[in-house]
Design a protein around this ligand. Structure first.
Ligand code: LHQ
Length: 263
């Protein structure tokens, strides 16, 4: 259910259950997390791309999975779907957010429910023009999960977040860009090449600085202005001692392309 390939310094993970629109089973969620762990450990990897096979990115939780199926039969035991979040979705979303390399999500088609919010948690989201995003949760009696409650109001503001989450309507990739939910959409035929080019470009940049930028943004969310700047000073101080900073400044002064090596 998951394809893993590598081209240069870019590791690509492709959700591969196209007949079920790449819906997440516990097996797929585990494999995805393991693949991210492996990419994190492998120094040859300097950027990760996550995408989907077929016409969807992911339809979210596989609703036919035995782990989550409500028991309709008399005497059947209701399942605690919260444990699925605790054991699978939360560790996976946190793994993305703590990757030592940037993570690009190439949304090739519909991204629904946890499929949408998993994508939105990645560092850069590039969608194909025909892709769309659906906060499908309310339609089946649930709230946005996989980080949705945190991400959506921050990305598009409370009013639009509630519009998306309560109505659960299809949002086109173009509208998602206009709304600021994602930063970029490209013609369908260009998606894979664009994602690869973006990832390659990121791979050539100072990895640690990119990852620390993500961390600083996340931490600053819960800080006031002054504390955010104090955190910047601490992080800048560390980066200032790293080889990449020395190389960056030196290359600039010598009018040559830098060769970054830190990870
Ligand atoms: C699917 C799915 C799917 C299984 C399409 N599962 N088979 C929830 C619960 C517990 C804890 C953890 O957190 C969560 C988080 C969540 O993600 S909740 C939200 C779950 N996702 C949804 O509610 C979306 C369900 N899917 C849809 O609404 C539609 O499939 C969309 C709008 C995504 C696409 O519509 P269509 O293009 O019309 O495709 P389709 O509906 O015909 O689907 C194609 C096939 O994929 C079909 O199978 P079949 O054998 O009939 O060809 C679907 O059954 C299957 N599929 N989503 N989530």
């Amino acid at each position: 259910p998951l394809l893993i390939t590598q081209d240069d310094a870019v590791r690509t993970l492709t959700l591969n259950r196209p007949a079920a629109l790449n819906a997440f089973t516990t097996q797929l969620l585990s494999m995805l997390r393991t693949a991210l762990d492996e990419a994190a450990r492998d120094d040859s990897v300097r950027a990760v791309v996550i995408t989907g096979a077929g016409r969807a990115f992911s339809a979210g939780q596989d609703l036919s999975d035995a782990m989550i199926k409500p028991e309709f039969e008399p005497g059947g035991k209701p399942k605690d779907i919260g444990t699925l979040l605790d054991h699978y979705y939360i560790p996976l979303a946190l793994r993305v957010r703590s990757m030592p390399v940037p993570v690009v999500c190439a949304v090739n088609g519909v991204a629904a429910g946890a499929g949408a919010n998993f994508a939105l948690g990645c560092d850069l989201v590039i969608a194909a023009q025909s892709a769309n995003f659906i906060q499908a949760f309310a339609k089946i009696g649930l709230i946005p999960d996989c980080g949705g409650t945190w991400l959506l109001p921050r990305l598009v503001g409370r009013a639009r977040a509630l519009q998306l989450a309560l109505m659960g309507e299809k949002l086109s990739a173009t509208e998602a860009v206009q709304m600021g939910l994602i930063a970029r959409c490209v013609p369908d035929a260009d998606l894979a090449a664009t994602a690869q080019a973006v990832a390659l470009k990121l791979a050539a940049l100072p990895t640690r600085a990119l990852v620390e930028t993500r961390r600083a943004f996340d931490e600053a969310m819960s800080l006031d202005y002054e504390d955010a700047m104090k955190l910047e000073a601490v992080m800048q101080s560390h980066l200032g001692f790293a080889a990449d900073y020395q190389e960056g400044v030196q290359a600039f002064m010598e009018k040559r392309a830098p060769q970054f090596t830190d990870r």
